[in-house]
Write a protein that binds this ligand. Sequence first.
Ligand code: ZN
Length: 254
Amino acid sequence: MGVGSCPRCGAEYERLAQHWAMSSRCSYPPIPGSVKQLLVGVLMGDGTIHSPSSTKNVRLEVTNINKTFLEWLDEKLSWLSNGVALKRTAMQIREENRKSNYDRFSSLNYEIRDQYVLTTARHPELNEFEEWYTNQQKRFPDKLRLSPRILKAWYVCDGNLIWGNKGHTRPQVWISVENESDRPGYVNSLFEPTPIDPKFNGGRLMLTSDETEWFFDYVGAPPSGFEYKFVTGSKEEYQSSKREFYTNSTTQTK
Ligand SMILES: [Zn+2]
């Protein structure tokens, strides 16, 4: 949360970023490298950048049904986060879907959960993320390369563990990359620093079962709230962990 005492002048503020924007003595502390990597990974996934023309600096927003994960992220971002809030209730989402005739959603009632949003403070260092948007579409920058922290944050947003049917007992990591489906060579180059070289097809990265093991060695322990996406022991274990996730980390306002 962005509430607390300023490391420069020691005074208490409700919104530190506002203090740094207004003050002539104090200014924004730099964003720590580890936090920056987390933001890059999240922006590759569910994050979006907001840059109304009336303000100087941009902010990042992350929308997700996983309240536990957003609270974990809030803690990691520390003073850079303005906190987590309810964005839309499951009931509102269902109502909006009904109005826009998304019939296909009616069969997924179980998946309709309340949506939460984490908003960061506006910070000059976040302005570089504006480059990611060309013609309203999100595009990853050419210089981007993955690290364990970036890949992990991206995976929990846009990736899934896929279990085949009978006989095939080892899971595979899939990551959706629709926004870069026309640049397969580029998507593969992102993985140069990693131990894997996944197949990219139809806007989706598909890791083999072996690569999936190397992937989890590389990225390390799961962030709070997304433990189920790291359960590789058996399909049963995975499914029970996913049920726990819906119970413990999401809410559903009827
Ligand atoms: Zn200050």
